[in-house]
Design a protein around this ligand. Sequence first.
Ligand code: ADP
Length: 298
Amino acid sequence: MTGRLVHTGQVVIDLVMRVPALPPVGGDVLASTTVEQPGGGFNVMAAAARAGADVVYTGGHGTGPRGDLARAALAAEGITVALPPTPGADTGLCVVLVDDSGERTFVTGSGAETAVAGALPRAGAGDVVYVSGYSLLVPAKAEQILAISGGALLVDPGPLVAEIDPALWERTLARTSVLSCNAREARLLSGRTDPADAGRALARMLPGDAVVVVRDGAAGCHVVRDGVAEHVPGVPVEAVDTNGAGDAHCGVLAAELLRGADLTGAAMRANAAAALAVTRAGPATAPTRAEVDALLAR
Ligand code: ADP
């Protein structure tokens, strides 16, 4: 493997509280468990690192206890942190309430992870530069990302894609090599309901040699190359927690493309890794490369 995954997103700390039911306005409930864990861009990076990729985090991180937690988690996955900590600021906090049926609400208080300090580290020609839609919501961050000269942009627009400035989104699409999104986002972006159709429509918005991956839950994903859509079937499993499946899929897709796999092969391994991730409860449940090998050899 030659290139690295250069991750331009943000790692925050998730404060996850499990509650019997989400409280109404003015309500007050007791949580049964409270856990602090790395969130935001962390899960994509962890998935890619476990799949064997050399991963660099270029986002900010603070000097307080949450910054320490973020750095320790990144180090434990073998992920390189490119920037020094931002003095006088701590990493942001996302409060996540999860009820017994798995419904979630989120409130993010941003912090040092959004720091936009000078230019991002140069990407080499063989690098994949991961861009999340969340970063594109911060204009200064988006400009910093679009100024990266080397590397192939892998764009994962995320649920807030409709809120990205349209002109900025156009400029991002013009630079995109791989667009990876779920079926709902593909529908939002293309106006087409069928995920394969949506993928083909999205591919027409990108440079001619760019490819599209539309994640489609248990059905797997659809990949579009040269205008042709191919269905890559999912791996049947007993799903326990589908939260974060897309992150596992995207991280492994990037790792496999960096390894030189073709798009279909990369998507097959991404489906297998995401299938394993949904069999496990909790955060950062992406498997190692060996675990994916074992599943595919079954
Ligand atoms: P997102 O999490 O971004 O909404 P999806 O729900 O489509 O994306 O899930 C991402 C990937 O995870 C799918 O493309 C598929 O490979 C895998 N996956 C999701 N749900 C299941 C499931 N129930 N069984 C097997 N694989 C699944």
